[in-house]
Design a protein around this ligand. Sequence first.
Ligand code: MG
Ligand code: MG
Length: 257
Amino acid sequence: MLMQKNVEVKSPAEIATMRAGGAIVADILVLLTGQVRAGMTTGDIDAVCREELKKRGAKPAFLNYHGFPGVICVSINSEVVHGIPSKERALKDGDIVGLDFGCVVDGWFADSARTVPVGAITPEAQKLITVTRESLEKGIEQIKAGCRLGDIGWAVQSHAQSHGYSLVREFVGHGIGRALHEEPAVPNYGKPGHGLRLKAGMTIAIEPMVNMGGPEVATLSDGWTAVTKDGKLSAHFEHTVAVTETGFDILTLPSKA
Ligand code: MG
Ligand code: MG
């Protein structure tokens, strides 16, 4: 059972600091989206992200997290999450690439992800990306004080499943704040009216990982990269969100709209 007492409620000032970090993450994701192209290596993406974080005075959240060697997770095609950046690994036209990273500002964490196309992708791949982003939005729309984690999970799950896709269960969203991963776990599946009841001031990262085929995943021998067992495509979107009395407040939006 998830214990409500473990979930910290953040003050408006703390949430403002998380938003400052969230804008840095979002701005860099926008920048990377514009730069991603065939021939760029996943190591190049890591280098850009590292440099941009430094320029903005933010610390990377993922570097050395349980030994992770990059500042960003770059996961291509059937890779679900946690792909390790490499100078040996070049993007190809038609790939879809998940970009997932976080930063720390004054001790407060923000975490966001998106999946972007490399050059021209198939309509099927584009639809997976669109439905995954919509699934995140449907989950976020459920958020307000008093809503339950099952309401969010169900909204995410039912949207993706209505398009014939499956949801990864081994990895879930999470509380976030003073640490990258805090209570509660935020699954991308659930039953309406069940699970932890959210309070205003809680901050959570919602991050659906949606598979074109079955939900099963495996971890590669590098100890990090999660892939779909059937080799089919997977997409990933994530926002860090604060719960308010009347709704939600997305903290990982770009600094200018
Ligand atoms: Mg993330
Ligand atoms: Mg996360």
